[in-house]
Design a protein. Structure first.
Ligand code: ATP
Length: 502
């Protein structure tokens, strides 16, 4: 309608100018250019760039709390806080100060944005989202102006949609709301944060559109304390990496639209994905489906999911051509890791492979039966032994070590360091600052030397098993945990279950 009126008016104007003998070509040229830019969408981008911020209005796909797997505590805490928005009269009757801000903290990909979207759905609120980095420019005052504009837009959007509430979601809030006075272009940062505080302080229960600010950060420690004082973000919800139950729920959600073969065991996948975030798990399900497509398989098979876990963990399978000697060395190295892992932690090896992925030439996947939130001294020492096992296997079987173990040594060193600094070494309780670098170095060296001796013993006692494992790896490239255990049980039933206590 507006378009037709505009076209009519422009045509009439051009005819009038032409009638009066005025050269209209420059005007036609400019109009043509604007029309082309608008048609291709470039104009919108120019306007957005001038405003500098891309606000996502609403969420293209509606998210409810049921679409979020696990995170039961976060969901409950959030729902409880959102009662403020759902029952404003009751809150007012009791004289309770309205809730202005909720801060979601936790590692990347754990579902913070999803929770904010679900909160908007739960409270029937207009939803606007922006990222902290979009507010900060080189020029002082621009960020503050954008903050003001965001609040205006939120009110307008809610009114347009006939809603009484609006949720403004600011992702990566630490970028715009870090501790004041710490940034080199601090004036701009400080002004932006000040404006956010001013807007939040100005939000009242009596407004026609009630605004709730939700923000997310991976670095809560960087935030300016003023932001966290009561009356601003006075609810903090921790969104952690999912536990095993949570991982299972997320896997179930992301496979509900995918055909799964009968051999798929999501419980096992959940067990093997300790430390994965929701975003990682979504990627596992997606990659598995892509692999099924590549294989022309009508359903996602167990091996697709397992391959996808490896891919998300380590990267794409590489086509590296190793020389025969190198391949043999990798087989011995990985066989060593697998053997020691099974001896010190029976049943823990999930698979071992010599097929290169990402930076790794081969790897052993271990799947603890339960998520480990704390570790005992013997568990830490067992982990060190597994790290040292690859290079030890190379030395014992092939006569010398290689550079392939550099990463393992780094890990062994880190674990030993953690052991010392947690007060679990012979030094007893220590404080890093009071410990000389030499004493720390010596304590770590002592731990590693002790564990090395133990690994030497385990491998020397089972060199025939190691030879078999390496041989089978060369033949089939990948061995399941059961196949590894089969080799170890083969000729020596005592090979498994023997705890080490060095
Ligand atoms: P970041 O801190 O990096 O911004 P985030 O915590 O905001 O990440 P989201 O953007 O909410 O994470 O999640 C990314 C994707 O991961 C989602 O689109 C979803 O596919 C998946 N995901 C994450 N957590 C969950 C969960 N708990 N349940 C289902 N899917 C999840």
């Amino acid at each position: 309608m507006i378009k037709s009126i505009a076209v009519g008016v422009i045509t009439a104007l051009l005819t009038f100018l032409l009638w009066n003998g005025i050269d209209v070509w420059p005007v036609i040229l400019i109009l043509g250019l604007v029309a082309a830019l608008t048609y291709t969408g470039v104009w919108n981008k120019v306007v957005q760039a001038r405003h500098g911020r891309q606000v996502t209005v609403g969420s293209a796909v509606r998210v409810t709390f049921n679409d979020i797997g696990g995170q039961a505590t976060a969901k409950n805490e959030l729902k409880e806080a959102l009662e403020f928005v759902r029952n404003p009269e009751r809150i007012q009757d009791l004289g309770i100060r309205p809730l202005k801000g909720i801060l979601l903290t936790g590692p990347p990909g754990t579902g913070k944005t999803m929770l904010a979207k679900a909160a908007a759905e739960y409270t029937d609120s207009a939803f606007l989202s922006a990222s902290g980095s979009e507010f900060v420019e080189m020029y002082a005052g621009v960020g503050a102006q954008r903050v003001r504009q965001l609040f205006v837009e939120a009110r307008q959007l809610a009114k347009r949609q006939g809603q009484a509430n609006a949720i403004i979601f600011i992702d990566e809030i630490e970028v715009m709301a870090g501790k004041r006075g710490q940034h080199h272009s601090h004036l701009e940062y400080d002004q932006t944060l000040n404006q956010l505080l001013v807007e939040m302080d100005g939000m009242g229960a009596s407004e026609t559109v009630r605004i709730l600010v939700m923000a997310a950060t991976n670095r809560g420690d960087l935030l300016d304390p003023a932001l966290l004082r009561p009356g601003r973000f006075d609810r903090q919800v921790r969104v952690d990496l999912p536990d095993r139950e949570g991982r299972l729920a997320i896997l179930a959600l992301h496979t509900r639209n995918k055909p799964l073969a009968s051999d798929v065991d999501l419980v096992r996948v959940a067990q093997e994905t300790f430390g994965f975030s929701g975003a990682h798990l979504e990627s596992v399900c997606n990659e598995a489906a892509i692999m099924a497509l590549r294989d022309n398989s009508p359903a996602v098979l167990d091996r697709h999911l397992m391959d996808a876990v490896d891919k998300v963990l380590l990267g794409e399978r590489m086509d590296r051509n190793l020389r025969a000697g190198e391949l043999n060395r990798v087989a011995v190295h990985e066989g060593g890791h697998a053997l020691v892992a099974e001896v010190v932690n029976p049943g823990s090896v999930s698979s071992v492979t010599i097929s290169p992925r990402g930076m790794a030439l081969g790897f052993v996947r271990q799947a603890p039966e339960d998520d480990r939130l704390i570790q005992t001294v013997s568990e830490l020492k067992a982990d060190i032994q597994v790290c040292l096992a690859g290079s030890t296997a190379e030395r014992i079987m092939l006569g010398e070590q290689s550079t392939g173990a550099a990463n393992d040594f780094e890990k062994a060193w880190d674990i030993s360091r953690r052991l010392v600094l947690s007060g679990l070494s012979s030094l007893g309780v220590v404080h890093e600052e009071a410990l000389s670098p030499e004493s720390l170095y010596q304590a770590i060296q002592d731990i590693i030397t002790q564990q090395q001796a133990e690994v030497d013993r385990i491998i020397t006692d089972r060199d025939s098993h190691l030879r078999q494992l390496a041989q089978q790896l060369l033949e089939s490239e990948t061995l399941s945990g059961d196949a590894v255990r089969g080799v170890l049980r083969g000729s020596d039933p005592l090979a498994l279950g023997e705890a080490t206590s060095a």
